[in-house]
Design a protein around this ligand. Structure first.
Ligand code: ATP
Ligand code: MG
Length: 316
């Protein structure tokens, strides 16, 4: 690990997965087997943590990421793109995998997509790579990409408990469990840290996957200790649910070009507005606008929304 200055202070420290994403422009349908068809690729930073950190920095938050990108050309590309956006990267070297996580995403004109993912060096991110002094000085610790960073399963609870007890807000976005499924054991790895999670970000499918008794029941997660559940609802917008309140905010009407990273950029927008002390309604609206902007433009370069762009959109 790189040497860190104890005096370094960040608004947000994102801990989790980084990927190199290769996504097609929306296509009419799935290519037939044994046929080759032409398409246009967009190459971008990916991973839940990678996207969230990139978007936080683009909004002007002082942002750091703790991740394991591997140690080869593609790893260097991912890190240099994050650095260009202003993200301070604390990276560890993988002992097992050289390459970063890689996702190939095939997008369709109806807004859906199929993804193939190789977690690469993300699996090697581990407890020893965490820096508690760094966390202690942050305003928000965001744990993203739970399933892609299995090496942190044993330390997630400790990390979040530590941050929360130091007065740092904690957030988690676990993402879709593509590898372990939603078995009781897999769910336990999430339930263990819910008492130390101020904001749990989930989409409706994950909510259903996580539930034990009633499908998609947010109350179950609140009862297990999460203080706030923020639900990503795609084209329906988002909701903020606590034990005694429920707020919904509709999505912005945009044409989708690339759905990749919508949830992560939403999370960054939410964290930004929350840290600025905005009202709940404004936080959801700002986050919806951030995500809408991101999914409605071509990812030729690693471009993420800026505050000016989001405010312009939110005022529409
Ligand atoms: N079709 C859409 N139109 C407008 N806004 C959208 C659309 N799809 C997503 N969004 C915005 O993006 C946010 C997050 O998207 P979504 O609900 O798909 O999250 P997710 O499934 O967690 O995404 P990801 O796969 O990136 O993790 C939504 O809450 C909404 O604000
Ligand atoms: Mg998501």
């Amino acid at each position: 690990m790189q040497k860190r200055k104890e005096s370094e202070r960040y608004d947000v420290i994102v801990i989790g997965d980084v990927f190199c994403d290769i996504a097609t422009m929306p296509m009419p349908g799935y290519p037939e087997r044994d046929k080759q068809i032409g398409c246009e690729f967009m190459l971008s930073i990916g991973g839940q943590a990678g996207n969230c950190a990139a978007a936080c920095a683009s909004l002007g938050l002082r942002t750091a990421i703790i991740c394991n990108p591997g140690n080869e050309m593609l790893s260097n590309w991912v890190i240099s793109e994050l650095q260009k956006l202003g993200v301070r990267c604390f990276t560890s070297i993988s002992e097992k995998e050289d390459h970063p996580g890689i996702t190939v995403s095939i997008a369709f004109e109806d807004g859906s997509r199929s993804m193939l993912s190789d977690r690469g060096a993300n699996l090697d991110l581990k407890a020893e790579d965490m820096d508690f002094d760094l966390l202690h000085n942050a305003r928000f610790v965001m744990r993203a990409g739970h399933w892609n960073t299995e090496g942190l399963f044993t330390v997630n609870r400790i990390l979040l408990e530590f941050a929360q007890s130091a007065g740092v807000y904690t957030g988690v976005d676990i993402g879709w469990s593509a590898y372990l499924g939603w078995s009781a054991r897999a769910k336990e790895t999430v339930f263990a840290f819910l008492p130390y999670t101020d904001f749990l970000f989930v989409n409706e499918a994950e909510l259903e996957g996580l539930s034990v008794n009633t499908k998609g029941d947010v109350q179950e997660l609140l009862n297990k200790g999460s203080k706030n559940v923020i639900v990503h609802q795609g084209a329906n917008g988002s909701s903020w649910i606590t034990h005694d309140s429920e707020l919904h905010s509709p999505a912005f009407n945009v044409s989708m070009i690339s759905p990749t990273g919508a949830g992560d950029v939403f999370n960054a927008g939410f964290i930004y507005a929350f840290l600025k002390g905005k009202e709940a309604e404004h936080c959801l609206k700002f986050a919806n606008a951030c995500a809408a902007l991101h999914i409605s433009r071509r990812r030729r370069k690693n471009v993420f929304p800026t505050v000016e762009e989001v405010e312009k959109m939110a005022l529409k």
